[in-house]
Design a protein around this ligand. Structure first.
Ligand SMILES: Cc1cc2nc3c(=O)[nH]c(=O)nc-3n(C[C@H](O)[C@H](O)[C@H](O)COP(=O)(O)OP(=O)(O)OC[C@H]3O[C@@H](n4cnc5c(N)ncnc54)[C@H](O)[C@@H]3O)c2cc1C
Length: 373
């Protein structure tokens, strides 16, 4: 095993490299600046090899366990060199491409994402299909070697900046069961017929979009897997989203926890029990996430058990910002600063990647074997 495939040694050397490399974020606090910084950091990490570890060699990586990716995410997001949102797209979408694209397409495309040359988006949700994703209606119809796509996606994060989209479509007829009727495509977002309209979130950022597809022609070679594999692709994405991807968000939350303690002390307030409760929630989450990553590394198939990780993440994140609201009077209600924006964004934690209610239902039915209400 290469010394750099050993996680502790990898972390030591990565930290030394980060210390000797100036990747200081720009002072501007807006989405464009965050995405520019993300591309800059990814390019530097890729050129130095760091962002290639933990990814397979046939897709432009340098091999080694997935745990190495978690370490890179923890360091760069935990040190706030990049924001967690754009970073998470990489951890969610690249493994899906590696598992489902043809080897040639994965070898061509994945390095573009790892190196920060491109940003990709995830076109799953639709106006009538979020929690009930299998009911999606964006349709792909075959025409020779090509497919013609019509329909609409919504809440597609970063679509206005993305060069590609992993898109779920319906290809089966009315007689096909929902879970066998969905097919995924890897679509260039500059294809004629695609119209991207940004939506403003309540924290004041055009973070996600509506995406319209009007007779969009996609080559059959861009299908991910076979016709009908789309539902399985969506299910297979979850273990990635809830392992290495969560790990970097947890690192980010810890950094904000440290910032909250510093701010509370600066204001002369007491560091009290409430902060203890936040620490406990973060620590529980981190322990759970660590165990999840080890189970993934040991070859276990992750399933409904990751709903526990999702509930813990959303609860810890919201508790952290609720506590910030309580301990920093007026900062969330009256200031336009980052605490307010982050507080508002934390409300989305119980929605994106599976709502809290749906996760709790999954835990009740599939882990605890409880009956429907
Ligand atoms: C910040 C953010 C970024 C996002 N980025 C993306 C993205 O990049 N790509 C993408 O495809 N999507 C994205 N989404 C969309 C996200 O996946 C959906 O919002 C989510 O799946 C919920 O779907 P919905 O909004 O349609 O709500 P609905 O499914 O309509 O749910 C509405 C309410 O009903 C409850 N509910 C629904 N079904 C049940 C049930 N069976 N039992 C109990 N309660 C239920 C829900 O918990 C919720 O409270 C993003 C969302 C957010 C907030």
């Amino acid at each position: 095993m290469s010394a750099l495939h050993d996680p502790p040694e990898f972390r030591t050397q990565l930290r030394a490299w980060l210390e000797s490399t100036d990747l200081t974020p720009p002072p501007e606090d807006c989405l464009e600046a965050h995405l520019h910084q993300f591309a800059r950091v990814q390019r530097a990490l890729y050129e130095a090899g760091w962002s290639r570890y933990g990814w397979p060699e046939h897709a432009g990586g340098l091999g080694g366990p997935a745990m190495l990716r978690a370490i890179v995410g923890e360091e760069v997001v935990g040190q706030r060199l990049v924001e967690p949102g754009p970073y998470s797209m990489l951890e969610v979408l690249a493994p899906t491409m590696i598992d489902y694209a043809t080897p040639e397409l994965a070898a061509e495309m994945v390095p573009k994402l790892l190196s920060g040359k491109e940003l990709w988006c995830q076109g799953f949700s639709e106006p009538g299909s979020g929690s009930d994703l299998a009911s999606l209606t964006t349709r792909a119809v075959p025409r020779g070697d090509q497919w013609v796509i019509n329909g609409q996606k919504v809440w597609t994060s970063f679509a206005q900046y993305a060069q590609r989209c992993i898109l779920l479509t319906r290809t089966g007829g009315a007689e096909t069961p929902n879970h066998q009727a969905i097919t995924a495509f890897f679509v260039d977002t500059d294809t004629p017929g695609i119209d991207v309209r940004p939506l403003r979130t309540m924290h004041g950022v055009d973070e996600f979009c509506e995406v319209y597809f009007d007779d969009v022609v996609v080559d059959g070679s861009r299908m991910l897997g076979k016709p009908g594999d789309g539902w399985q692709l969506a299910m297979d994405l979850l273990p990635y989203e809830r392992s290495t991807c969560f790990w970097q968000r947890i690192a980010y939350l810890y950094s904000r926890f440290d910032a909250l303690i510093a701010e509370v002390k600066r204001q002369g307030a007491a560091v009290d029990n409430d902060l203890g409760a936040v620490y406990l929630a973060l620590h529980t989450l981190r322990c759970r996430s660590r165990a999840t990553q080890h189970r993934l590394a040991d070859g276990h198939r992750l399933g409904p058990d990751t709903s526990v990780d999702k509930v813990l993440l959303a609860s810890a994140e919201q508790l952290l910002y609720d506590t910030a609201r309580d301990l920093l009077p007026g900062v969330i209600e009256l200031d336009e600063g980052e605490w307010r924006a982050e507080y508002l964004y934390s409300r989305a934690a119980t929605i994106y990647g599976g709502t809290a209610e749906v996760q709790r239902n999954i835990i009740a039915r599939r882990l605890l074997d409880l009956p429907k209400e």
